[in-house]
Write a protein that binds this ligand. Structure first.
Ligand SMILES: *Cc1c(COP(=O)(O)O)cnc(C)c1O
Length: 389
């Protein structure tokens, strides 16, 4: 494994640079060709082979950011996740999955895997003891997500990696919420790292993309499957994503800072019953966060006090826009029970603590005082209304 040596911002800016020799422009040229003359019989460049000049350069940047040998860019996070899982699982195999995962991944597993003869078990919780309990004779892969959506639970990645090594399993993580700025799972021993690049990597709410990263040996089957499924990203968007990544380090650190300030402030508010943020001492996994993350991330959740109506609260906001998706430079929030987790059976939602008063908050890069003022006035408007319960 390549050890990360340079700082994150240097890697974001300079790794995987695609130099253009004739005019020596400051930014990478964009190669729109879908057809390339053979370099030799072995090297044939084609977008769906994931080896065009822009794809290769961006893959090098992403591999450097995660400290691994290889990375492939897909057209969405789900294209990356589904390709990686299907590449490493086949008929008769079993996969252990932590229960609180992204809804799209949950749907892929529960709606499609049976058709391919792939068995799965959702562990009782994201705790390593429960993940271990779920292992069977024919288990091949363990799939985790940390921090999780929407309650920011943390899975002990080093413990998962050593468990997988001991039991001969491939470990996979959805590292979207942390981004490579705050967490490098490969350095903790995790085999394959998945991202929805639609989130922090793109960062401006205008790109849909995904990433799979890992060692050359673990990426080989992923590349084979990727070429068959064909979920490559358009060259123009590859180029745009490269531009976005140059500022990922500074964006995410600004988002981390806003989230920590916001979490600490929300904890003091009467309108808020509970705050979930790994950077808070009150978070059950705060110690683990310190050990395995280099920043606590830009996502937090909070549960409104019983007297606050979630819909009216969201409508009262002026600056922070209630919306789907997350991780943009603009702050957004949503009510998971009505949006991101609406398709989850109500019973499962309750079990995971996703009640109607839970709000998921994605901090942007605005000035903290302005964000605070927006929430403060929305809480105050609520206080003037008659209490609901
Ligand atoms: C958004 C998201 C995905 C799916 O990514 P798309 O780009 O929407 O396909 C997967 N995992 C997590 C944690 C996400 O937030």
């Amino acid at each position: 494994m390549k050890q990360p040596d340079k700082g994150i911002n240097t890697k974001c800016t300079h790794d995987g640079e695609l130099h253009e020799g004739t005019y020596k422009g400051a930014v990478a040229p964009l190669y729109m060709s879908t057809s390339y003359a053979y370099e030799n019989v072995e090297v044939k460049r084609y977008p769906r082979y994931f080896n065009t000049p822009n794809q290769v350069a961006l893959g090098e940047k992403l591999a450097a950011l995660e400290g691994v040998e290889e990375a492939i860019i897909f057209s969405s996070g789900m294209a990356a996740i589904s390709t990686a899982l299907l590449a490493h699982l086949q008929k008769g195999d079993h996969v252990v999955i932590q229960p609180n995962i992204y809804g799209g991944t949950y749907n892929l597993v529960t709606q499609q895997f049976k058709r391919f003869g792939i068995e799965y078990t959702f562990a009782e919780s994201h705790r390593v003891e429960d993940l271990e309990q779920a292992i069977k004779q024919h288990t091949k892969v363990m799939y985790v997500e940390s921090p999780s959506n929407p309650l920011l639970d943390l899975t002990d990645l080093q413990a998962v990696a050593s468990l997988c090594e001991k039991r001969g399993l491939l470990s996979m993580i959805d590292n979207t919420f942390a981004s490579p700025v705050n967490q490098n799972p490969a350095s903790l021993g995790i085999d394959l790292i998945l991202h929805s690049a639609t989130k922090y990597m793109g960062g401006h709410s205008d790109i849909s993309a995904g990433v799979v990263a890992g060692s050359a040996a673990h990426m080989e089957p992923v590349m084979q499957m990727a070429r068959s499924l064909g979920g490559n990203l358009s060259e123009y968007t590859v180029w745009l994503l490269e531009r976005s990544l140059k500022t990922m380090g500074i964006r995410v650190r600004a988002q981390n800072e806003n989230a920590l300030k916001m979490a600490s402030w929300l904890e003091q508010q009467d309108a808020v019953e509970q705050v979930y943020y790994p950077g808070l001492e009150s978070h059950p996994d705060h110690k683990l966060a310190k050990a395995q993350m280099s920043g606590y991330g830009g996502m937090l959740s909070f549960r409104l006090a019983p007297g606050i109506d979630p819909s009216a609260f969201q409508e009262a906001l002026q600056l922070v826009k209630p919306s789907m998706s997350l991780a943009g430079v603009e702050s957004t929030l949503l009510q998971p029970s009505k949006t991101s987790h609406a398709l989850l059976p109500a019973e499962e939602r309750e079990k995971q603590g996703i009640t109607d008063r839970l709000i998921r908050f994605s901090l942007g890069i605005e000035d903290f005082e302005d964000l605070k003022a927006d929430l403060q006035s929305a809480f105050e408007l609520q206080r003037k209304r008659p209490a609901l319960t």
